[in-house]
Design a protein around this ligand. Structure first.
Ligand SMILES: Nc1ncnc2c1ncn2[C@@H]1O[C@H](COP(=O)(O)OP(=O)(O)OP(=O)(O)O)[C@@H](O)[C@H]1O
Ligand SMILES: [Mg+2]
Length: 412
C-alpha cells in the first residue's frame, strides 16, 4: 500500500480469510460479521457448517433449540389432539440427501419415530423423531432476518435462504450478521452507485439486507461511538469473501472518500496488485486468494477516508514451485507472459507458460475475453492453449489485468 496515514482518528477493519491468526487483534469493537456461502458447491444441508464462528448465531441457535424442544413437545401433544379432532396435521421438514430437507405432513407418531407423508408425492418416510423439524405455517414466505422465523431451526433457516436465493435476494440477516449466497452472476443494480446512495445513513433493517448496510452500520457506529469497528468476512473457498470485501471497500471509499482524492483510488488499486501476487486458479475458484488479509481504512476527525493499511498472512508458498493438474501458479506469471510489452518480455526472457518448470505441471492456459484473445502473441501460447483455447471468466483476463496492475504500480 503506497499511502497510509500515521495518525488516523479511527479505523474500520475488515478481516478476510477462513481463520484469524491473532484474536487479540480483535480487541476493539468487533461489530459485525459477513458469512459468504456458495450454494453451487455445497449442498444446502451443509450450510450449518459455515456458522461456527458467529457467537451471536450460536446464542440464537441455542435459544431456538430450547424453543424448538419445547415446540416439539407441544407438537406431539398437538398431534394427538389434532388426530382426535381429524383436523389438518402439522407440516415438518425431514432430511433429504438431495435438497437438504423436504416438507411433509405427520401421519403417524410412534414412541421413537414419526411417519411423514411427503408433500406432492405418495412417498411416506418413517424417520427418528429428532430428525424432523417444525415448519413455518407458510412455506413460500421468506423473511429478511432469520430471527423473524416463527420456528428457527436448521431446516427453516435453510429454506428461508433458499427461497430468497431463488428470488435473487442473496443477502439475509441473522440480527446484525449478514449471510451472503454467491449468485455466480451479476444481479442488476445490486451494487450500483444508486444503491450505494440508498443505503447511506439507513439503520440496519430499514432496507433489504445488503453488504452495504453492514458497511454503513460500521461507519455510523464508528462516528457515534468514536470507536474503531471491525467487519469479519468468512466462508468456504469460492463463497464470495473477496468480492464482498471489495464491495465494502468501494462503499466506504465512494461514500466518504470523495475529499480524499488519490488516496481513495490508491486503496482500491491495492486489490489488483494483491490479487496478481496472491490469487491463483484452483479447482474451486478461478480467483482463489491463497492468503488472508486484514485491511484498515483510516478516517480523519471529519470522518472522511484519509488512508489505509493492508497486512496479509498465510501465503501458500508451495504453489510457487508446484501446482495440481488443472490449477495454476499465481496470476502474475500468466499476466506477464500474456500481457507484458515485447521489450519487457525480452528483458525477462519470457515465453509461454509450458516452457517454465514452475508452471508447466499445472494448467498453462490464459484467461482472456474474446477481444483480448486476439492480442495473444504466438510465442506466448502453450501447446495446451493452442489445442483447448483460452479460459473464460468474467472476473479474469490476464492481458487486461496486467494493464490494470501496471497502471496501479505507476500510480503508487
Ligand atoms: N456478489 C457476487 N455477485 C456475483 N458474482 C460473485 C459474487 N461474489 C462472488 N462472485 C463470483 O464468485 C467467484 C468467487 O468469489 P471470491 O473470489 O470472492 O471467493 P472467495 O470466498 O474469496 O474464495 P477463496 O477463499 O478461494 O479466495 C468470483 O470470482 C465471482 O465470479
Ligand atoms: Mg478470495
Amino acid at each position: 500500500m503506497a499511502t497510509c496515514s500515521k495518525h488516523p482518528e479511527k479505523v474500520i477493519r475488515t478481516f478476510q480469510g477462513s481463520s484469524i491468526k491473532d484474536p487479540s487483534e480483535l480487541s476493539e469493537n468487533v461489530a459485525r460479521r459477513v458469512f459468504t456461502f456458495s450454494q453451487q458447491r455445497t449442498k444446502w444441508r451443509k450450510l450449518e457448517d459455515n456458522f461456527e464462528v458467529g457467537d451471536l448465531f450460536t446464542q440464537q441457535t441455542t435459544d431456538s433449540s430450547i424453543r424448538f424442544c419445547e415446540t416439539k413437545q407441544k407438537l406431539s401433544q398437538t398431534c394427538c389432539k389434532l388426530e382426535s379432532c381429524t383436523m389438518e396435521t402439522p407440516k415438518v421438514w425431514v432430511p433429504d440427501p438431495v435438497s437438504g430437507y423436504i416438507l411433509g405432513k405427520i401421519i403417524d407418531i410412534k414412541a421413537e419415530t414419526v411417519s411423514v407423508q411427503i408433500l406432492n408425492s405418495n412417498e411416506v418416510l418413517t424417520v427418528p423423531y429428532e430428525s424432523t423439524y417444525a415448519a413455518e405455517e407458510l412455506d413460500d414466505k421468506d423473511v429478511d432476518d432469520n430471527c423473524g422465523l416463527m420456528h428457527l431451526n436448521e431446516a427453516t433457516l435453510l429454506n428461508n435462504i433458499r427461497l430468497r436465493y431463488n428470488r435473487d435476494q442473496i443477502y439475509t440477516y441473522v440480527a446484525n450478521i449478514l449471510i451472503a449466497v454467491n449468485p455466480y452472476f451479476e444481479i442488476k443494480n445490486l451494487y450500483s452507485s444508486e444503491t450505494i446512495s440508498r443505503y447511506q445513513g439507513k439503520s440496519l433493517g430499514v432496507l433489504p439486507p445488503h453488504v452495504f448496510a453492514i458497511a454503513d452500520k460500521a461507519f455510523r457506529d464508528m462516528r457515534a461511538l468514536k470507536e474503531s469497528q471491525s467487519i469479519i468476512v468468512s466462508g468456504e473457498s469460492g463463497a464470495g469473501k473477496t468480492e464482498s470485501t471489495k464491495y465494502i471497500l468501494r462503499y466506504l471509499c465512494e461514500s466518504w472518500g470523495c475529499q480524499a482524492g488519490p488516496i481513495e483510488q490508491r486503496i482500491l488499486d491495492a486489490n489488483p496488485v494483491l490479487e496478481a501476487f496472491g490469487n491463483a486458479k484452483t479447482m474451486r475458484n478461478n480467483n482463489s486468494s491463497r492468503f488472508g488479509k486484514f485491511i484498515e481504512i483510516h478516517f480523519s476527525n471529519k470522518f472522511s477516508v484519509v488512508g489505509g493499511f493492508i497486512s496479509h498472512y498465510l501465503l501458500e508458498k508451495s504453489r510457487i514451485c508446484s501446482q495440481s493438474r488443472g490449477e495454476r501458479n499465481y496470476h502474475i506469471f500468466y499476466q506477464l507472459c500474456a500481457g507484458a510489452p515485447l521489450e519487457l518480455k525480452k528483458k525477462l526472457s519470457l515465453s509461454s507458460p509450458d516452457k517454465f518448470q514452475y508452471l508447466s505441471k499445472g494448467c498453462t492456459q490464459y484467461f482472456t475475453s474474446q477481444e483480448t484473445e486476439k492480442l495473444l502473441n504466438k510465442d506466448s501460447i502453450s501447446s495446451d492453449q493452442c489445442q483447448k483455447g483460452s479460459l473464460h471468466d468474467p472476473m479474469l483476463d490476464d492481458i487486461r489485468n496486467f494493464r490494470t496492475l501496471d497502471k496501479a504500480f505507476k500510480y503508487g
